[in-house]
Design a binder for this molecule. Structure first.
Ligand code: PHE
Ligand code: NA
Length: 460
């Protein structure tokens, strides 16, 4: 508690606005952009879904991101302590910190299974590079993917590799770890993505992908699609997990939170759209199913890579891209809890990172077993709606549908209604009209929208 509300120099700051943007974008850009966005867009009718999604980013995503960064920078501590300090400074109840607690539990749980999927990406880099997809058929590639999921040993190996990569970076701290990783990985990721889009342009089906992504077909959009768009806006910007609070706690005072948050959201959106433009031409060129669901990039794309010129090369590049994206997100999931353990226990950074990382790794084993040995274990089967849901499914469901929206809702209400307007005005540094817009969004629109999705998802 050396720095209080000061400039925080004692605990280290990002060296520039760009460093923060790269780190926050590194968190935001992940499996959500490259794996989930293309397939939910495919399942929900393309352009119309994209339009609603963009609206959700603007009206809900960006305002909450600003609120989270504000809390982190104003508190200058781990998310829980920051929230308590901000509450106390504004004569509000310290209990508001429950929002950060929920977010950090979510981050910890999500990392446990995110690492398992990150491990799939790592294993696919190897498969692609060794030419395992070459000449593949739907059956042979299905077997390869099925074989991975059926093998606790393989999954454990790759989960361990992925978690080790994450721990390695976080244990090296802000500048030598996080900042160094993102300044190498993010530019590499952009280059790889552009190469992938460039390749997609040569397939002769680029125009088809453009019209699929950008022609609104509102007939194909259900209410459910709208709710998915909203939920995804949250997930894709890494909100409700205390991440932006943790990253904001290292942000210099002179930097505009408003402009910075908008930059991060734009970058994340651009990457999602580029990922769509890289993936769908390949899907269409090979007569594959755009709405193939979660298997799209692990089953469908390898089929395409295995049967096209230079497929091993582009397949390898694609899965490296996916791995980098997942890695920088994994780092951001570990950071809030590590920051908290470090400050609370007085343990060094390395010890905290290893401790939290290993616990999270251990929890990940439950998700691994859910895919094979425990695939029949449904702990909440006594409730009809959870019948057949494995531990992995339940962890995913409760974090995405309960913890994230709850944390986001509490954050929005707290910042919108319990923090002094003047302090928000100063910290966000938005121009007059934009501040009023943000203030109205965070007070009214955001909480109502999130509450609707929250209740709907719990009842659906
Ligand atoms: N924002 C990431 C994505 O789009 C997902 C993520 C969620 C990452 C939570 C970190 C934390 O894939
Ligand atoms: Na994202």
């Amino acid at each position: 508690s050396v720095s209080g509300n000061g400039n925080g120099a004692a605990r280290g700051l990002w060296s520039s606005r760009l460093a923060f943007i790269l780190a926050a974008t590194g968190s935001a850009v992940g499996l959500g952009n490259i794996w989930k966005f293309p397939y939910v867009t495919g399942e929900n009718g393309g352009g119309a879904f994209v339009l609603v999604y963009l609206l959700c980013i603007a009206v809900i995503g960006i305002p909450i991101m600003m609120a989270e960064v504000f809390i982190g920078r104003n508190g200058r501590h781990n998310p829980i302590t920051s929230m308590r300090l901000v509450a106390e400074r504004n004569l509000s109840a310290p209990a508001w910190r429950v929002s950060a607690i929920i977010g950090m539990i979510a981050a910890f749980v999500i990392l446990s299974f995110y690492s398992v999927i990150g491990g799939w990406a790592a294993s696919y880099v190897g498969h692609a590079a060794m030419g395992d997809f070459t000449g593949g058929t739907a059956d042979s590639i299905g077997e390869l993917f099925g074989g991975l999921l059926a093998s606790p040993g393989q999954l454990l190996l790759w989960h361990t590799v992925f978690m080790a990569l994450v721990i390695l970076v976080v244990s090296r701290g802000l500048k030598g770890g996080l900042e160094r990783a993102v300044t190498i990985l993010m530019p590499a990721l952009f280059v790889l993505l552009l190469v992938a889009v460039g390749y997609a342009m040569t397939t002769g089906h680029f125009g088809e992908a453009v019209s699929f992504l950008f022609t609104p077909n509102f007939g194909a959009l259900s209410i459910n699609g709208v709710l998915i768009a909203l939920g995804h806006a949250f997930f894709t910007l890494s909100l409700g997990m205390a991440i932006m609070m943790a990253y904001g706690s290292y942000l210099g005072r002179d930097i505009s939170i408003g402009r910075t948050a908008v930059s991060v959201a734009i970058m994340d959106t651009v990457v999602a759209l580029l990922a769509g433009l890289a993936i769908f031409p390949v899907v269409f060129a090979n007569g594959l199913e755009a709405g193939a669901g979660p298997g799209l990039i692990f089953q469908t794309l390898p089929l395409a890579f295995g049967n096209m010129p230079l497929g091993s090369l582009f397949g390898t590049l694609f899965f490296i891209l996916l791995l980098f994206a997942a890695w920088t997100s994994g780092i951001s999931l570990l950071e809030p809890v590590v920051e908290w353990v470090e400050e609370k226990s007085g343990m060094a950074r390395t010890g905290s990172a290893v401790l939290v990382g290993v616990l999270c790794w251990a929890l990940g084993i439950a998700s691994i077993l859910s895919l094979n040995l425990w695939s029949d274990v449904a702990p909440l089967a006594m409730f009809e709606r959870f019948e057949g849901k494995t531990i992995f499914d339940l962890l995913d469901f409760f974090t995405a549908n309960v913890l994230l929206p709850l944390s986001g809702l509490l954050t929005a209400v707290f910042v919108g209604w319990f923090v002094a307007k003047e302090s928000l005005k100063t910290d966000l540094a938005l121009q007059g009209g934009s501040f009023t817009l943000w203030y109205n969004l965070i007070r009214f629109v955001t909480p109502i929208a999130v509450a609707i999705v929250f209740v709907y998802n719990l009842m659906a």
